[in-house]
Design a protein around this ligand. Structure first.
Ligand SMILES: Nc1ncnc2c1ncn2[C@@H]1O[C@H](COP(=O)(O)OP(=O)(O)O)[C@@H](O)[C@H]1O
Ligand SMILES: *[C@@H]1O[C@H](CO)[C@@H](O)[C@H](O)[C@H]1NC(C)=O
Ligand SMILES: *[C@@H]1O[C@H](CO)[C@@H](O)[C@H](O)[C@H]1NC(C)=O
Ligand SMILES: *[C@@H]1O[C@H](CO)[C@@H](O)[C@H](O)[C@H]1NC(C)=O
Ligand SMILES: *[C@@H]1O[C@H](CO)[C@@H](O)[C@H](O)[C@H]1NC(C)=O
Ligand SMILES: [Mg+2]
Length: 443
């Protein structure tokens, strides 16, 4: 009864959750089964599978196994929220949609049998493998490790060279240099995004383990399996004694009903907060001021790029040369409601707009002058050579002006930051793949 109450109080990540859970899926054959979940083919959705959690908690390689009511549902909730956060940011994952309390639909992957571990703070097995390092040592850059999934040998640690030497062939693709680099770069990006997200809850992401698979339809390396409490260590306020992760379970001297209740309460603490990771912390905006409607197309490009970061963007027409009173009135309008604002000034020829704004507001001002072919190079000087005391920046491409605004707002909004971080990763991956393709063609 208690369980049912708790579960009904859990987060609602998806608006379609209720519909989704009623949906009737035709299961095909069981493709895989591990310690915590089963994978079923979906007869009506080629390329997708159903990932069904089992209702138990494991630690020390299933040495300790206890049924824990409701655990699968909570774990699954955690996975749904975390995968949604990552997917909205632009990270490629296998997650497709929730199906029920304990199951979700995912892209069918052939799994790469490696656990990627990323650490910010030294603790746990790292200390045993690296005697002398004190608990709490902070890794900057992040420490990356990999473990071969091999229960019989207790998941041995591997080097990159061992992974390359293994020459895994999955979904018709060999796991080589390119794929290994994509996985290690992705692991770091994913950690940083989740770390920033947890920081909004005053929670330190200490370390994390994830797995990748090869999407059988597209042959892309994607984040797969799950991310749940088994996957990370979280220390509220950076305090180990308040840890809310599976370590509490591993540390239990004796598995009593009271102790299991405590573990479960900790799990619930996480799953209640995990939904908050999807909420924006601040609501900033961009206001584009244009000297004339002839610059509308340029401004629309800024607005479109802002919307890709989820940033509201207002367009206004005002000329600092011809209507300075109105320019300052519009400025006051946006300063007056307390919403953090970045002004983007779009003015051709002599840009008076940006500098006048910059001299009269403490909010950031970005000049984004539309450049013409005849006088462009000379016109730019009016955006660069400022009187003293003005701090406006100048960015020529409308997309880049929006990106610059996103970087400023991303300092305090983890969802915007996550999109910037994922975009950086995806650009890196595209370059890597383009090079791989080029090398294959020239062979
Ligand atoms: N999207 C997916 N497609 C296919 N297999 C998957 C997917 N996600 C997870 N799996 C696989 O399902 C199996 C069961 O998972 P799990 O119970 O966690 O196994 P393990 O005990 O090996 O960690 C694992 O082999 C896992 O790699
Ligand atoms: C998590 O739970 C929701 C409902 O509570 C369910 O719809 C969804 O499929 C589950 N997701 C995972 C990842 O198992
Ligand atoms: C992977 O496969 C699915 C099929 O489920 C497909 O729809 C999806 O776009 C593919 N790509 C990625 C990056 O997940
Ligand atoms: C985080 O900690 C700070 C300072 O201790 C506190 O003011 C703030 O309310 C906390 N925020 C959350 C989300 O708990
Ligand atoms: C994750 O945390 C929730 C939260 O409290 C917990 O109930 C759940 O069992 C945890 N999941 C796993 C797999 O440990
Ligand atoms: Mg597993």
């Amino acid at each position: 009864m208690l369980t049912r109450f708790l579960l009904s109080a859990l987060c609602q990540c998806s608006v379609t959750e209720n519909e989704a859970s009623r949906e009737n899926l035709k299961l095909g054959k069981k493709l895989n089964e591990g310690k915590t979940k089963q994978i079923f083919e979906l007869l009506d959705e080629p390329g997708n599978v159903l990932v069904q959690s089992k209702d138990q908690i494991t630690a020390g390689n299933a040495v300790r196994k206890d049924q824990m009511e409701g655990k699968a549902a909570i774990a699954n909730k955690t996975t749904s929220c975390v995968f949604k956060l990552l997917q909205d940011a632009g990270i490629k994952t296998a997650f497709v949609r929730q199906h029920s309390e304990t199951a979700f639909v995912a892209s069918h992957c052939e799994m790469i049998p490696i656990e990627w571990v990323c650490r910010r703070i030294a603790t746990g097995s790292f200390l045993k493998r690296n005697p002398g390092v004190k608990e709490g040592y902070r890794f900057s850059p992040l420490k990356l490790e990999m473990f071969f999934k091999d229960d019989a040998n207790n998941d041995p640690q591997w080097s990159e060279e061992q992974l390359l030497a293994a020459g895994f062939e999955l979904a018709g693709m060999s796991i080589g240099r390119c794929e290994v680099d994509i996985m290690s770069k992705s692991t770091v990006a994913i950690f940083e995004i989740l770390e920033k997200a947890w920081a909004t809850q005053n929670c330190t992401l200490v370390d994390m383990k994830i797995e990748f698979g090869v999407n059988v339809s597209t042959k892309e390396v994607v984040l797969a399996d799950v991310i749940d409490n088994d996957s990370w260590r979280l220390w509220p306020s950076g305090d180990r004694s308040q840890q809310k992760d599976k370590q509490v379970y591993r540390d239990l001297k004796e598995v009593t009903p009271e102790a299991m209740q405590m573990v479960k309460r900790n799990f619930e603490w996480v799953s209640e907060r995990v939904k908050l990771l999807l909420e924006t912390q601040t609501s900033g905006r961009v206001v584009v001021l244009m000297g004339s409607t002839s610059d509308m197309a340029h401004c629309e490009r800024i607005r479109k790029a802002c919307s890709s970061y989820g940033i509201p963007c207002h367009l206004r027409v005002t000329s600092a040369h011809k209507g300075p009173d109105e320019t300052l009135r519009i400025k006051a309008e946006y300063e007056g409601d307390g919403v953090p604002t970045i002004f983007v000034a779009v003015a051709g020829r002599s840009n008076g707009l940006g500098p006048v704004m910059s001299g009269n507001t403490a909010y950031p001002v970005i000049n984004c002058p539309p450049v013409t072919s005849d006088w462009g190079a000379q016109d730019i000087w009016s955006s660069l050579r400022m009187p003293s005391g003005l701090g406006c920046s100048t960015v020529l491409s409308p997309d880049a002006a929006a990106q610059h605004a996103a970087q400023i707002l991303g300092l305090t909004d983890h969802l915007i930051w996550a999109k910037l971080r994922a975009s950086m990763l995806n650009t890196w991956v595209s370059l890597k793949q383009a090079d791989k393709k080029l090398q294959q063609c020239s062979l």
